[in-house]
Design a protein around this ligand. Structure first.
Ligand code: QAP
Ligand code: CO
Length: 168
């Protein structure tokens, strides 16, 4: 396994729209393993392939405290918004380290995706899991959590990230 380099906001590559996975071969399996390792190493709970500069529709998530419940979603789709009542959550992002922002999203969603064996599954996600899935699916569309903030806030974050990059 390998740790992958995570793109940082405002890297323009984070704006790439990811393509569907057509065939789950060894390279996809390896990518999901490396993404999980990268996420765990960064103390993350979710990571999209976009963030490691691979522009295909793959997401990894683990919201468990023990970090022993990896979830891989390939070509994920929101089939139904079950509870359209917007819920507020403090969101972070491995591509925007040190920044947490309160965002509103639908509370409960029904998702379908392929697992790493290529089998389709559906799940009803609520609470943190729902938020993380929606956050990671945004990455696959080239969207980021800073997009809904005010221009001023986004500009402050952009400057912080550029300083952070320069100090690394
Ligand atoms: C998305 O984000 C998420 O600032 C996943 O210094 C997170 O795993 C959605 C992280 C929370 C909703 C709520 C962030 C690690 C990890 C940081 C992450 C940091 C180190 C973020
Ligand atoms: Co993110």
């Amino acid at each position: 396994m390998a740790t992958l380099k995570i793109l940082l906001f405002p890297d323009p590559k984070l704006r790439t729209v990811a393509k569907p996975v057509e065939k789950i071969d060894d390279s996809i399996v390896k990518l999901t393993e490396n993404m999980l390792q990268t996420m765990y190493e960064g103390s993350g709970i979710g990571l999209a392939a976009t963030q490691v500069d691979v522009h295909i529709r793959v997401i990894v998530i683990d919201i468990s405290d023990e970090k022993n419940s990896p979830l891989v979603l390939i070509n994920p789709k929101i089939d139904k918004i079950i509870d359209s009542q917007q819920k507020s959550y403090s969101e972070g992002c491995l591509s925007v380290p040190g920044i947490y922002e309160e965002l509103k999203r639908p509370g409960t969603v029904e998702i379908s995706a392929l697992n790493v064996e290529g089998n389709k599954f559906t799940l009803i996600a609520e609470g943190l899991l729902s938020v993380v899935i929606q956050h990671e699916m945004d990455h696959l569309e080239g969207r980021m959590m800073v997009d809904s903030l005010s221009n001023l806030k986004r500009e402050i974050i952009r400057k912080k990230m550029i300083k952070l990059k320069a100090s690394n």
